[in-house]
Design a protein around this ligand. Structure first.
Ligand SMILES: C[S@@+](CC[C@H](N)C(=O)[O-])C[C@H]1O[C@@H](n2cnc3c(N)ncnc32)[C@H](O)[C@@H]1O
Length: 197
């Protein structure tokens, strides 16, 4: 069955028009409540932040928090990641993609629904600026193992790949809602950072 969002079309996005400046752009895929992105936007006024999630219910919390603080450097949009990246995000326009705790779909028959695939990495890579980063986190050991295979299959794209356990690679001060929840339960958290060649 084709997911309804997969047939949605998005208009090309010009970040400089969207934010009214040419500051670097960080982009979170599956931002949930936007907790991490709002904190980063507060602490990094010289950077723009764009969060998407295909479910708007939780994202509205982040949006409201950003609006209350009148943050000029953050936007949220309900969108499906693959279609939005394909249609709307220009090549060489994003300095960091953040992908945290994307749904692991542990049942084998559901694993084709996972966002993190080789095709997906090949979609992200050209949209990064030179030397741009992809930051990843998951609590699911099997999903992380699959991610590492996917990263290895695209090794030619990356100048550097870092992996850690229970140690955030970028911005150790700020965490996502799921990160806080799973850390409190004592789960192991797996992180990776890919640097564009
Ligand atoms: C487990 S939650 C993690 C939320 C947040 N990143 C965090 O760490 O707290 C996964 C989020 O990804 C979103 N998501 C899953 N697949 C998506 C897709 N294809 N496009 C956009 N968002 C997606 C879900 O709606 C959900 O909000």
């Amino acid at each position: 069955m084709v997911h309804p969002f997969e047939v949605e079309k998005y208009l090309p996005l010009v970040f400089s028009k969207c934010f009214g400046n040419t500051h670097p752009v960080e982009f979170e895929i599956g931002c949930g409540k936007g907790k991490f992105l709002v904190r980063r936007a507060i602490e990094n006024p010289g950077t723009n932040f764009f969060g998407i999630d295909r479910v708007s219910k939780f994202m509205k919390l982040g949006k409201t928090r950003a609006e209350k603080r009148e943050l000029p450097n953050i936007r949220f949009l309900r969108a499906e990641a693959k279609a939005f990246l394909t249609d709307a995000v220009a090549l060489g326009s994003v300095s960091i993609f953040h992908i945290y705790f994307s749904d692991p779909w542990p049942k084998r028959r559901h694993q084709t629904r996972r966002v993190f695939t080789e095709e997906f990495l090949r979609l992200l890579h050209p949209r990064l600026v030179p030397g741009g980063l992809i930051e990843i986190a998951t609590d699911d050991k099997d999903y992380f193992a699959a991610m590492k295979k996917t990263i290895a299959a695209t090794a030619e794209l990356w100048e550097n790949v870092r992996e850690t356990v229970n140690e955030r690679i970028l911005d150790s001060m700020n965490k996502t809602s799921y990160e806080i929840k799973w850390a409190a339960e004592g789960r192991h958290l797996y992180y990776a950072e890919l640097k564009k060649r």
